[in-house]
Ligand binder design. Sequence first.
Ligand code: GLY
Ligand code: MN
Ligand code: MN
Length: 461
Amino acid sequence: MTETTTHEVEIDNTNRSTTPRSDQFLNYIMSDWAEGDNALPEARESAAHAAARRAALGAQFVGERLVIDAGSMKQRSNDTFYQYRAHSAFSHLTGWGADCEPGSVLVLDPLAGAGSGDAATHEATLYFRERAGRDSEEFFANPEIGEFWIGPRPSLAQVAADLGIRTAPLADFVAGDGDRTLDDADFARAASELRLVKDAYELAEMQAAVDATARGFDEVLTALGRATAERRGERVIEGVFNLRARLDGNTVGYDTIAAAGAHACTLHWIRNDGEVRNGDLLLLDAGVELDSLYTADITRTIPISGTFTPVQRRVYEAVLEAADAARAIVRPGIRFGDVHDEAMKVIERKTREWGLTPERAEGDDTPYHRRYMVHGTSHHLGLDVHDCAQARREMYLDGIIEPGMVFTIEPGLYFQPDDLTVPEEYRGIGVRIEDDIVVTEDGCVNLSAGIPRSADDVEAW
Ligand code: GLY
Ligand code: MN
Ligand code: MN
């Protein structure tokens, strides 16, 4: 990446018209502008938390230079790019969210003489492309980063005040041979494990993300009539939810899954080009990502007509029972994987009682019920929808649950339309119920409990 681009690809703009560059014009466009905004903001709320996270990470890598890239713009096609989003590890360690400048780099330089156990082991510097003045051509002539093209950027001093980190021009950043970067597996693991337990700021953001998501779900329900009237009604569902995500947050935390009818049996159905028909279920799996980049991840399964059929209700209530059983065991000290095991007990029992799974011979421990739920029950949630993904198994799946952890509980049952092991009345039914849980000192709180869950409450909704 060069100093004046925000991405790493060559683009061909030979056919775009150019900006005038005569001296006469340059003098004219560079003069007679009012003084820019140089006001320094108060430090944002996340700044102190991010400082504590940097200290905790630095303590694990004493004497080493740590380089955390925010990442550059990703090309969509030629000179158009996807909406920028910083790497989650970068955001966690800086507190910079949706307003992060593309291509920024956080460097933790080791303090000379600091040893493990010292309060401070590194000094942080945030390198970014600060705004250019009206005395350079950039502001009007650079379509990628110029103020007339993409809007104003902050100054070094403004970002330093905002995030509480020393700042420097991106052009001053020099990579070193021995730098630890996120390409280094040990460093990526440490940065990921640092996010397993959320601090007070993060927990408040998670509740806010869930609350915004709840508003989006409510709005989707008011749009069901329009959805049933459109050829691609699932797009109505997606569009209405995603509008709320843009109104209350940065965007969605992952592509919205708006799956009506048998599409619900496709776990990550994001094409969303199907019809929404009365008599079918709608599985909506969606989450608002806030400007801080924290996201919710919630699923509700709704009878489009407003009433479950008896078999839809039977499946729904089995999934709800699995979710409630799993949540009931959550408290500090249990294994993360126990939550899944608890949900699976219910799924196993129900599918056996309904006569769907084969009779077991003595000693046969094949998990036949997993044919109808191939995914896991829980994953950590935070800046990433599948948060802490690089954490070691012994810290994650086999890890012990601690207060401040946030994860989903999301059992489901999916009977594919062509599954000959189930009676016809089950085929094409897919149900998932997904809630976002925070572990407390003696149990857990369901952040999404306010979104209707019981079959009766969902019908009333
Ligand atoms: N929405 C993806 C998941 O539930 O994990
Ligand atoms: Mn999930
Ligand atoms: Mn989900």
